[in-house]
Design a protein around this ligand. Structure first.
Ligand SMILES: *Cc1c(COP(=O)(O)O)cnc(C)c1O
Length: 378
């Protein structure tokens, strides 16, 4: 009997809702199917009556949600005969592209910014054998070059302007609806290039039977058998996008030329899905807001310290923003809230260790010294 895993990735699972031919060779690492974790301690600490969940996308094969889009983009590229892919990246796209290219046996070129890339992500791109080109510029510069490059070299772009990326990423919304048996009232995401908030909105719209913003009563997803559409706007959540205060084009209403934040994954000033993300926000009656680096790092620490969940700084932006909006009542008591934790904390150990402060104590390698150190702390 050939080996057949119980779960074999999101293309196999959601094939009837993805634009992939039945006979396509699927390039998968078993992505998707990530846990939706209910937070216990943080809501209790906050003293708020909100059902708060995190969708831990850091548990995808390369440690971020990018794998959902990359299985689609690389499957499509390979089946269209492409032998090389290219992307600009703040880190996670390159890690994911490199892994799926390795799996497919094709070449991968990644353009990363000069510095400001988390070490874990760089290590992945190198280990998976991609050609890493570090440009003397930021992500937005890389993106501009990649868009021009596809006209000059036989390479397929796998940034989120590739529509297959968003198709793969929409499946996160399917999983949430499946798990909760309804859509949440609010879905909070960190926003950089704004592909993911767009993809989630596509997914929720499809779940609620609305493919083009026009709502029908039927739930296309479950044949109307679920407890769907109870107290959400048309059975879809309000989409809330949080940006880093130093990289906040959606707050300013215009592009930002010198984005700066500790959350390097969202250090983007010229988002590619600008119009789509505005549409998602408006159609869902949602909003954008921003968090400064101190709030982002505090939320990252809180998740790790109080819930046992280690995400990277950019990911914590969703929880930092949600906590503030829950506190002020903008997200009202009684709501069901999902925050996407986009990437794993192990991606960026440097930022974590820099925060450690006095968390590490030196003691002599002797029983008595260790015993005393423990008793002092109990
Ligand atoms: C890519 C990424 C984001 C931003 O997602 P967009 O689709 O670009 O808005 C946020 N967090 C992490 C960890 C990422 O890798």
């Amino acid at each position: 009997m050939p080996f057949r895993p119980r779960y074999s990735g999101l293309i196999d699972k959601y094939r009837d809702r993805l634009p992939i031919a039945d006979d396509a060779r699927v390039i998968s690492l078993g992505e998707g199917n990530t846990p939706l974790i209910r937070l216990n301690n943080i809501p209790r600490d906050l003293g708020c009556d909100v059902e708060l969940y995190v969708k831990f996308e850091g548990l995808n094969p390369t440690g971020s949600f990018k794998d959902r889009g990359m299985t689609m983009a690389v499957t499509q590229a390979v089946n269209a005969g492409s032998e090389a892919i290219i992307c600009a990246s703040t880190g996670n796209t390159s890690a994911s592209a490199a892994a799926y290219a390795a799996r497919a046996g094709i070449r991968c070129f990644v353009l990363i910014p000069d510095g400001k890339i988390a070490m874990g992500k760089l290590a992945q791109a190198i280990m998976h054998g991609s050609e890493v080109l570090q440009i003397e510029g930021n992500f937005d510069d890389g993106m501009r070059i990649v868009k021009q490059m596809s006209e000059h070299a036989p390479v397929t772009i796998v940034n989120s302007i590739n529509p297959y990326r968003l198709q793969g990423q929409k499946t996160a919304a399917f999983e949430i609806v499946e798990e909760l048996e309804r859509a949440p009232d609010f879905h909070c995401l960190p926003v950089g290039n704004a592909g993911n908030i767009t993809a989630h909105w596509i997914g929720y719209c499809e779940c609620s039977g609305s493919r083009d913003g026009k709502l029908t009563d039927a739930c296309a997803f479950c044949d109307g058998n679920c407890r769907y559409a109870s107290n959400t706007v048309g059975g879809r959540p309000r989409m809330v996008g949080y940006q880093a205060a130093g990289a906040n084009p959606f707050l300013r209403g215009e592009m930002v030329d010198e984005p700066e934040t500790v959350a390097t994954a969202i250090r983007i000033g010229h988002p590619q899905s600008w119009q789509q993300a505005w549409a998602a926000s408006k159609e869902s009656d949602g909003w954008f807001d921003q968090c400064d680096d101190t709030e982002i790092l505090a939320a990252q620490r809180l998740l790790a310290d109080r819930e046992g969940i280690f995400c990277e700084p950019a990911s914590a932006t969703s929880v930092a923003g949600a906590m503030r909006d829950i506190g002020t009542g903008k997200i009202p008591a009684g709501s069901t809230v999902v925050c996407t934790l986009t990437g794993h904390g192990l991606k960026d150990p440097d930022v974590a260790i820099r925060q450690a402060g006095d968390a590490i104590s030196k003691v002599p390698a002797e029983l008595e010294a260790v015993r005393k150190a423990i008793l002092d702390r109990i």
